[in-house]
Design a protein around this ligand. Structure first.
Ligand SMILES: *[C@@H]1O[C@H](CO)[C@@H](O)[C@H](O)[C@H]1NC(C)=O
Ligand SMILES: *[C@@H]1O[C@H](CO)[C@@H](O)[C@H](O)[C@H]1NC(C)=O
Ligand SMILES: *[C@@H]1O[C@H](CO)[C@@H](O)[C@H](O)[C@H]1NC(C)=O
Ligand SMILES: *[C@@H]1O[C@H](CO)[C@@H](O)[C@H](O)[C@H]1NC(C)=O
Ligand SMILES: *[C@@H]1O[C@H](CO)[C@@H](O)[C@H](O)[C@H]1NC(C)=O
Ligand SMILES: *[C@@H]1O[C@H](CO)[C@@H](O)[C@H](O)[C@H]1NC(C)=O
Ligand SMILES: *[C@@H]1O[C@H](CO)[C@@H](O)[C@H](O)[C@H]1NC(C)=O
Ligand SMILES: *[C@@H]1O[C@H](CO)[C@@H](O)[C@H](O)[C@H]1NC(C)=O
Ligand SMILES: *[C@@H]1O[C@H](CO)[C@@H](O)[C@H](O)[C@H]1NC(C)=O
Ligand SMILES: *[C@@H]1O[C@H](CO)[C@@H](O)[C@H](O)[C@H]1NC(C)=O
Ligand SMILES: *[C@@H]1O[C@H](CO)[C@@H](O)[C@H](O)[C@H]1NC(C)=O
Ligand SMILES: *[C@@H]1O[C@H](CO)[C@@H](O)[C@H](O)[C@H]1NC(C)=O
Length: 432
């Protein structure tokens, strides 16, 4: 080995040491535990002090030497760039008590989840509206009560808002709103769930919702929603962005159907169950306008039979995977719609209608090559006429069949025997 070679080795060695040092330095700078600021730590400790922590979820929150870095506390997350507390994830931690106003000192907070705790019907604090960087706010199932604070309108960066509660508490909807005038301020909102809040006085709820151009998920189930007054709102901004709509268990009337038809071309999930659509005309035409619809859930709506004309084969037909039209006033014309192009249908629920005299219902069902769940009880179904239908396409895919409480006879067994090799559950309680 020559001298220059040794020098060279030394140089490389020095460079390696320097490089390692640099990497360690950079890693430290990027280290998530830069440590939280004294101010944020004090705010968190004040927040803890207001709470009753039955489950000892916040044991790591303390002043002791080993706990000093609040970014390491349970449920607390800091920005890797700035070191500020950006996320409080305290869902389902058996927390009770009061929410301290000191919380607003966490001005960099983007994500707040206090869901599934018990705040004993206390009002959602107004000062939440001062956490102006929030992107995600989840106060669901946390037993809040009283009026939704208008101050939420200050949260202009919000993308997810969930104030829903337990549908089993629907008798005493403890959260309510008199208006949603603050809602249009949240122009980046993508997900809104106010289920089981009492919105019975909010006449302009649809206008407010329509002002949200990015809204994808609209979940207002069990809200006592009054029927919207359809005016010029029917074709509006949010229409195009909506993907998932659940307005079940409200007091809507058939005008909502009018509203939905039109521009909702991205709708995938539509649930309007337990509203009263007596006398609605054109509901099936409206539904057929949604080219991406996969779930159509309209049980218990007093839906009249559709008038079958040109609607039987249309766009949405192909995309539908789950159809629930149970407990309506449909007649056998619905089978005409079902046969044909519903090649993706997996779940079909049609119980509680009146299919007296329906001819060809079994043929229609046999046209559905992917059908797995067929729930069709209590609908006065007549015995199928067994001819060529006994061995057909859908037979093989069926897993769960309920034809109880109809007027079938033993001919149904002729259909069942044969190729139903995947059938796991069969409920047949007819007279034989
Ligand atoms: C910080 O970085 C860690 C590790 O890469 C990551 O798990 C964590 O989610 C990041 N925190 C935030 C708030 O982005
Ligand atoms: C809010 O929290 C509840 C319960 O913890 C959860 O089921 C729900 O999905 C959350 N909402 C959002 C928008 O993430
Ligand atoms: C809940 O609030 C009521 C009054 O509104 C009070 O009497 C009761 O003690 C509170 N319960 C708990 C567990 O804080
Ligand atoms: C709303 O935001 C403004 C400015 O961002 C602030 O001055 C005001 O205090 C906030 N109001 C509430 C109730 O949070
Ligand atoms: C809407 O946000 C603006 C600030 O962006 C605020 O001044 C106004 O008070 C808010 N309106 C409501 C109803 O919260
Ligand atoms: C909802 O609010 C209305 C009016 O504010 C009230 O009359 C009604 O009783 C409330 N409903 C429920 C279920 O709390
Ligand atoms: C719809 O959005 C446009 C811009 O995206 C806006 O100018 C208009 O005011 C919005 N209309 C309603 C009714 O919100
Ligand atoms: C639905 O209710 C609204 C408001 O009460 C009313 O204006 C409208 O005429 C009703 N529509 C139908 C079809 O009953
Ligand atoms: C449904 O609406 C019709 C007419 O609008 C009305 O006659 C009927 O009583 C309503 N049914 C229920 C269960 O509210
Ligand atoms: C069906 O879809 C085609 C394009 O995929 C579209 O041009 C046509 O307008 C749609 N028809 C209805 C009734 O939505
Ligand atoms: C179903 O009801 C519609 C509308 O009331 C009617 O026009 C049609 O004849 C009925 N179809 C059958 C098979 O009863
Ligand atoms: C079912 O419809 C038939 C006529 O299509 C009618 O005679 C019968 O009364 C209806 N049954 C019920 C329970 O409404």
């Amino acid at each position: 080995m020559t001298l220059t070679n040794i020098d060279h080795e030394k140089q490389i060695y020095c460079f390696k040491v320097f490089y390692a040092f640099l990497v360690v330095l950079l890693l430290r700078m990027n280290n998530p535990c830069i440590g939280c600021s004294e101010r944020e730590m004090q705010a968190l400790l004040a927040f803890k002090q207001g709470l009753v922590d039955d489950g000892n979820s916040l044991l790591s929150w303390g002043r002791e030497v080993q706990n000093r870095d609040c970014c390491q506390w349970e449920g607390v997350y800091c920005s890797n760039h700035t070191g500020h507390v950006v996320k409080l994830d305290l869902g389902d931690q058996s927390l009770r008590g009061k929410i301290s106003p000191e919380l607003v000192k966490l001005q960099h907070l983007e994500y707040l989840d206090l869901s599934s705790n018990n705040f004993n019907r206390s009002k959602i604090p107004d000062f939440i509206g001062s956490l102006s960087n929030l992107i995600y706010l989840n106060l669901s199932y946390a037993n809040f009560g009283g009026q939704i604070p208008n101050q939420l309108g200050n949260l202009t960066h919000l993308q997810h808002l969930d104030l829903s509660s337990d549908e089993y508490e629907w008798f005493d909807h403890s959260i309510y709103a008199e208006n949603l005038n603050w809602l249009p301020n949240l122009s980046g909102l993508k997900h809104l769930d106010l289920s089981s809040t009492n919105l019975s006085d909010v006449v302009g709820w649809l206008e407010a919702v329509n002002m949200l151009p990015k809204l994808r998920d609209l979940i207002l189930s069990w809200c006592n929603l009054p029927p919207p007054i359809i005016s010029s709102v029917s074709l509006m901004n949010s229409s195009k962005s909506l993907v998932h709509v659940d307005l079940s268990y409200n007091n809507l009337n058939s005008s909502i159907i009018q509203l939905l038809s039109g521009t909702h071309t991205n709708l995938v999930h539509l649930d309007l169950s337990w509203n009263n659509f007596t006398g609605v005309v054109g509901w099936l035409e409206a539904v057929n306008m949604f080219p991406k619809l996969t779930n159509l859930i309209l049980y218990g709506c007093n839906l009249p039979p559709p008038i079958m004309s040109s609607v039987s084969v249309m766009n949405s037909s192909k995309s539908l995977v789950r159809v629930d039209l149970s407990y309506n006033n449909l007649n056998s014309s619905i089978f005409q719609w079902l046969s044909g192009t519903h090649t993706n249908l997996v779940d079909l629920y049609l119980s509680g209608n009146n299919f007296t005299g329906a001819v060809g219902w079994l043929e229609a069902i046999n046209m559905l090559p992917k059908l797995s769940n067929l729930i069709l009880s209590g609908s006065d179904l007549p015995p199928p006429i067994m001819s060529s239908v006994s061995v057909m396409n859908s037979s093989k895919s069926l897993v769960h069949v309920d034809l109880s409480d109809n007027n079938l006879n033993s001919s149904i067994f002729q259909w069942l025997s044969g190729t139903h090799t995947n059938l796991l559950i069969l409920i047949y309680l007819g007279t034989i």
